[in-house]
Design a protein around this ligand. Structure first.
Ligand code: SAM
Length: 321
């Protein structure tokens, strides 16, 4: 388990102690030294997040305080974590250190979702694709109930393993004057007026209204926010060319919107479910967001064949029921 710690000849070893942190403490005639003995570190989760967000695209890129949502961090029993939580409840925010357990790879360069399609060094981003896939989030702490932490909005998906909790201490952790690197350029772009105008066909409008009124699913403002700033293909913004390349598609949660761009005008042509019917009816696929809504949508608006320029308004009468 532990690698050999080599000592120069003059260090005559009296005794060694293996510490839990992966160091071997060595007492020699010339003093005590600590050597790392393990090139890797095994971490054990202290608990898991319970969140309404089941899949990655449902989670925000960073926690958003404006969202009314609640998440719960359930700590594991049998470790006396109840006692370790003592004194935490008077802090209004905590740091969570957690594992991007749904990722299996890392990349030196990544494409951040915001801003122009420029790849950045992963260490200059908050991307999940890291050599050690550790996430770091500040979240509002609403309450502590024995081994459960009631939290505000999180950017962690349901089931995410959490390794550590630390109090957020503004006098240590907040440096509003610190420079924000390439993110500062984005902030400046966000205050600039949008470059495109977004319009909806009557069909797309009807589908969006139906989703909202019947299923309380609403991604219209997020869609417009993304398309009016930059409707060009972008992997992490989930925009890609379709068919002959004139049409594009953007992913919005579990849904897709087909659109085209003419000059500074973006036209949202129609919406469609993100999953094919065969997935939606497969009981083995247990985590499919908006499953019922997607099936009902397909009943009402069957899949649009590739190459269609303007689909019909739907096979069923356009009532909202
Ligand atoms: C951009 S990362 C930022 C995470 C953290 N705030 C940080 O800065 O380290 C947030 C994204 O991670 C993804 N995510 C959340 N939980 C995850 C998990 N358990 N495994 C992999 N990806 C996850 C979601 O797609 C979410 O939008």
């Amino acid at each position: 388990m532990y690698a050999q710690a080599w000592l120069p000849n003059q260090d005559r070893r009296l005794f060694t102690v293996e510490t839990p942190c992966g160091f071997r403490r060595i007492q020699t005639q010339s003093g005590r030294i600590s050597r790392p003995v393990e090139p890797s570190l095994t971490l054990h989760p202290i608990g898991h997040i319970r969140s309404p967000k089941q899949v990655k695209f449902q989670a925000r890129h960073q926690p958003t305080e404006g969202e009314p949502e609640r998440s719960v961090l359930e700590l594991l029993p049998g470790h006396n974590y109840e006692t370790a939580l003592r004194d935490l409840s008077r802090f209004s925010k905590v740091w969570l250190i957690w594992w991007f357990h749904r990722n299996s790879n890392w990349k030196p360069l990544v494409l951040p979702p915001r801003g122009p399609a420029i790849r950045r060094g992963v260490f200059a981003t908050r991307s999940p694709h890291r050599p050690n896939p550790l996430g770091l989030s500040t979240v509002n702490l609403i309450g502590v109930e024995r081994r459960r932490l009631i939290l505000g909005a999180c950017d962690l998906v349901d089931g995410t393993p959490v390794f550590d909790i630390k109090p957020y201490i503004a006098s240590y952790d907040a440096f509003p004057e610190a420079s924000g690197g390439w993110c500062e350029d984005l902030d400046q772009n966000l205050v600039a007026p949008p470059s495109h105008f977004v319009e909806w066909t009557p069909l797309a409008q009807m589908q969006a209204d139906w989703l909202f009124q019947v299923w309380q699913i609403d991604f219209r403002s997020r869609l417009v926010e993304l398309l009016e700033r930059d409707p060009t293909p972008h992997r992490t913004r989930r925009i890609r060319r379709r068919g002959d390349g004139e049409q594009l598609e953007i992913g919005c949660g579990a849904w897709r919107a087909r659109f085209h761009v003419r000059g500074d005008q973006v036209t949202v042509l129609w919406l469609e479910p993100g999953y094919p019917r065969r997935f939606l009816t497969d009981p083995a696929r247990d985590i499919l967001p908006d499953r019922e809504a997607q099936l009902a949508f397909l009943e009402r608006w069957p899949p649009v064949p590739e190459g269609t320029k303007t689909p019909s308004m739907g096979t069923n009468p356009p009532s909202m029921g």
